[in-house]
Design a protein around this ligand. Structure first.
Ligand SMILES: NC(=O)c1ccc[n+]([C@@H]2O[C@H](COP(=O)([O-])OP(=O)(O)OC[C@H]3O[C@@H](n4cnc5c(N)ncnc54)[C@H](OP(=O)(O)O)[C@@H]3O)[C@@H](O)[C@H]2O)c1
Length: 232
């Protein structure tokens, strides 16, 4: 796999939600390098790196018309949406719900979103009895790290689980990517993935590689309706 080649091959009109975020910025750079046309959906276009088509939307109080403008003629939506800090309230399920509504009204079917590795074991209304342990997690993650991380970020993971519920309930062509701890290491393009579970022994992954995977799966039908674990 060539690191810069994410999603190369099919030119896509991409609506990129949260293009000013950690994963979003990498997705923006890589998508444009691969020849995709990108419309950035951001709350502050001044923070975009250089000239990019952009639509301004605060997903805490989303304007449906603005989202529909952003998705007009798009082939796919890619979202790196998440709260900037722990003091921000949950934003991901609420913002993604608005995104899904705008996709339905504009006829866009494909969406790839970022969730998080612990979410597979988080109960939600749509999945009230998740497995106690993720089948990909080894001893350290299962018994030492996961309980601590889940306790610290309970509200955040519950919100991500709600987002995943909404995608599962939708009739759209969705893919959920669940990374473990994100780093700012450079793009490698040589990460591991797993269907429906976390990657065994995978504790970290660069944001740049998560962006790479999200672009890579856009045109892979085998990833539709799937949760993908990813890790270095
Ligand atoms: N951190 C980790 O180690 C880790 C591990 C696993 C999974 N994850 C998941 O991955 C997600 C993405 O990670 P990241 O590092 O790329 O996050 P990030 O840098 O915090 O980016 C979050 C993005 O969401 C946008 N956003 C937040 N509230 C918004 C609102 N009201 N309206 C519009 N946009 C809004 C932010 O916009 P602005 O740029 O305007 O602030 C930013 O672009 C996280 O949120 C988390 O759910 C994180």
């Amino acid at each position: 796999m060539t690191p810069s080649g994410a999603g190369r091959g099919t030119r896509t009109r991409l609506a990129l939600v949260a293009a000013t975020g950690g994963i979003g910025r990498h997705a923006l750079v890589q998508a444009r390098a691969a020849g995709h046309h990108v419309t950035a959906v951001v709350r502050d276009p001044n923070r975009l790196p250089g000239p990019v088509d952009a639509v301004t939307v605060d997903l805490a109080d989303p304007d449906p018309g603005a989202l529909e403008r952003a998705f007009d003629r798009a082939d796919a939506v890619l979202s790196g949406l998440g709260p900037r800090s722990r003091v921000d309230g949950p934003i991901t399920s609420r913002g993604t719900r608005a995104v899904l509504r705008a996709m339905r009204s504009t006829g866009v079917r494909r969406i790839v979103v970022v969730s998080a590795a612990p979410v597979g074991t988080v109960a939600s209304p749509g999945r009230p009895h998740p497995p106690r342990h993720d089948p990909g997690d080894g001893f350290v993650m299962k018994h030492l790290l996961s309980p601590v991380i889940k306790a610290a970020l309970r509200a955040h993971y519950s919100d991500l689980a709600l987002m995943e519920d909404d995608l599962r309930k939708s009739d759209l062509d969705w893919t959920v990517v669940r990374p473990p701890r994100l780093t700012d290491e450079p793009l490698t393009g040589s990460y591991r993935t797993a269907y429906g579970r976390n990657v065994r022994g995978g504790l970290v992954v660069p944001r740049a590689d998560v962006a790479h995977l999200m672009l890579d799966v856009l045109h892979r039908p085998d990833t539709i309706g799937q949760v993908l674990g990813v890790a270095t």
